[in-house]
Design a protein around this ligand. Structure first.
Ligand code: CU
Length: 341
């Protein structure tokens, strides 16, 4: 069992952190938000400050998507844990570059939708409200009854409940399944759905990377591609990670209109846990081919500080926006920060 804390310096002062026994792991900084993952054996995973997000991007906030996990609301019914999530489909506009704005469907005001997270064996309940001006649905990958398969359209202004057991553990996804599914997915109705295994994985800096495409002129070809919703954003705003620390990337390919893409990182190799459904890796590589809706857990640590790109090795896809980089911060820089605080 581990706990995931999101700590805003504005909201939680030092003395409160001391009360929580967390102060030793938090660095004083002007950067604002810090995140900390603390385990019962007192290992801490250090996560660099997030870059404050300009508000002009609307529903798309790739940095926030990186380490934001939605755990829902816990209820107990008949001795069983029910994990309840609320998802509201809406409409918004995002800016794909300085000249191109694009109307999308969002979930809870964001694209991709929230990364839902549960533990194997819990009961999942999804309250879905459709306010997106068109019929939609939520189809979850996993094991459930036909009634809960989420292929039946939910009219605009209507709500429905999906309920099923959280099984099997892995990195899954959910998406709208109303025809044409290509359009409903490409315009934003998708998200990641993580079911944690009964025995937790080792502590790591956990990151979500979702590859998607935008066909803005309806020619069944993507003009833009993105990590976590916005073209080129994570290239200009690198994902900060620490040297020699275990990084666990949950990667999903939800690019419509292209049969498959690869995921590649520079200057390193990663362990692959296919669909996140195993506790031991099946291979080590630096280029992994992924069909549409394929998703995996990738684990690695960077040996040397510096900036390292990650992108599909279909380079035209990378050049049109599915491009990002890690900024590996030297381990001794982190130690210096701790001493100064
Ligand atoms: Cu839809």
């Amino acid at each position: 069992m581990f706990h995931n804390f999101t700590i805003s310096k504005d909201k939680i002062q030092r003395r409160e952190l001391l009360k929580m026994g967390l102060f030793g792991a938090v660095i004083s900084t002007t950067a604002g938000i810090w995140q900390l993952l603390k385990t019962k054996n007192n290992h801490t995973v250090k996560i660099p400050p997030l870059v404050e997000m300009p508000h002009s991007h609307g529903a798309a906030n790739p940095t926030q998507v990186l380490r934001n996990f939605e755990y829902g609301t816990i209820k107990r019914e008949n001795g069983r844990i029910i994990r309840e999530f609320q998802l509201v489909a809406g409409t918004s506009q995002i800016q794909l570059n300085t000249a191109v704005s694009y109307n999308i469907w969002d979930l809870n005001g964001r694209i991709p939708g929230p990364t839902l997270r549960a533990k194997q064996g819990e009961r999942i309940r999804i309250l879905f409200l459709n306010k997106a001006g068109h019929s939609h649905s939520l189809h979850f990958h996993g094991i459930h009854t036909a009634e809960m398969d989420g292929v039946k359209p939910v009219s605009n202004g209507k709500a429905t409940i999906y309920e099923f057991d959280a099984e099997p553990y892995g990195v899954h996804l959910y998406h709208c399944h109303v025809a044409p599914v290509t359009r409903h997915i490409a315009k934003g109705l998708y998200g990641m759905f993580i079911i944690d295994p009964p025995k937790p994985r080792p502590p790591a800096d956990e990151i979500v990377l979702i590859m998607s495409g935008y066909d803005i002129n309806d020619d069944d070809k993507n003009e833009f591609y993105a990590f976590n919703g916005l073209p080129h954003y994570l290239m200009h705003n690198p994902v900060k990670i620490y040297q020699n620390q275990l990084i666990r990337v949950h990667v999903l390919n939800i690019i419509e209109f292209d049969p498959a893409v690869t995921f590649h990182i520079h200057a390193n190799f990663f362990d692959v846990y296919r669909s996140g459904m195993t506790m031991t890796p099946s291979e080590k590589t630096d280029v992994l081919t992924m069909g549409v809706a394929e998703r995996h857990i990738l684990e690695f640590a960077f040996k040397y500080p510096g900036k390292y790109m990650f992108h599909p090795h279909q380079d035209v896809i990378a050049e049109n926006g599915c491009m990002g980089q890690f900024e590996v911060i030297a381990a001794n820089d982190y130690q210096n920060l701790v001493k100064k605080s």
